[in-house]
Design a protein around this ligand. Sequence first.
Ligand code: AMP
Length: 198
Amino acid sequence: MPRWSTPSPGDARLRGAAAAGTNADAMNDLFVLVRDVPDFPKPGIVFKDLTPLFRDADSFRALIEALAQPYLDAKVDAVLGIEARGFILGAAVALRLGVGFVPARKPGKLPARTDREAYSLEYGHDALEVHVGSFAPGDRVLIVDDVIATGGTARAAIALARRQEAVVIGATFAVELDFLDGRERLPKDVPVNTLLHA
Ligand code: AMP
């Protein structure tokens, strides 16, 4: 166990560890190291904080391995990671898959010409942007983020990839908030993978 915190296991349940083929102990650490932070960023929201997990090398490696494993033979051309924790996970998954990484950023952050898609969030409204020309038509794209809550963010990322005629072959998340049914908001033809259900 790490030295720096005493994370709460919350009510997360571990699923799919065996299917992911990763070390069982490391996967148990994943379960323990997702910390619930009540009332962040506003009252009533229980924030799923993965930073203790990122800090633990074995757990972080196991998480990346488990996220990447279903796509090793999926002929992915690029990973689209969602700001901000989707950058941490998505970049590592891209390296594991041997493909490039595209950031989907909050408005005004990307320097060149962008496509923009607005969406609603569990705790507000926002928009995502990607650089125009990030994908060639037919590129096979994997969406990566830390948490799927209402699904609006991932849906916007999918829409942005499709606007550039990419083929979204999947969306993968470390944590899914089952009670929000976020995956129901995603296009039915985008397979969803999640490691931890809360
Ligand atoms: P949503 O669009 O509602 O699916 O929200 C997903 C995005 O918001 C992801 O980028 C998450 O990082 C973040 N997010 C939403 N709710 C939570 C939560 N309860 N804990 C941690 N991150 C969250």
